[in-house]
Design a protein around this ligand. Sequence first.
Ligand code: MG
Length: 208
Amino acid sequence: MIRNVYCVGRNYKLHAEELGNDVPSEPMIFLKPSHAVVKADGQTLIMPADKGEIHYEAELVIRIGRAYEKGMAVQELVDTAALGIDFTLRDVQNILKKKGHPWTAAKGFQSSAPVTSYFALPDQEQLESKDFTLLLNGDEVQRGNVKNMIFSLQKIVDYIAENYGLGEGDLIFTGTPEGVGPVKTGDKLELAWDGEILGSCVIGTRES
Ligand code: MG
């Protein structure tokens, strides 16, 4: 059962810079509806049509396994991890940013959060020894490593728990590294952890 879906914006310096954003001084958290989450099991995901560019953002996703207690280490709190894509309507988001409006229309559409199969969260040293990658039609377009995060997993869970609450079944998309870009109908996206593909999806559009 998935409960809250928290996402961290601008958690990798080079990604913040590629979109012309300042590097934040505290975690920037937004939410997606739980309906946005789908399995990256090879299925075709129907994406919004006629809303401008849709960008992929590959991210490490952590699943909270128990109720948060102050002082708890992230390894105690998180039971499993996965990889996910924070699909974003980039043109819509740029308009929302200018207007100072919430990001729901750009980030919260259905199927905007495919998640791979889960694996046990490794300890910090193990995490830092492995990269996650996104392949677009077989070519690597993003490579991330938690050691390049601005805010660590520990900082993120503490911040979310203290400000918004954190409990079993919550997911956190922990931010995307540089290399985001647009997708088009028929594109295949594959998410890999240390070179092993954990899940994939294909971009589809609704027949009209
Ligand atoms: Mg993101």
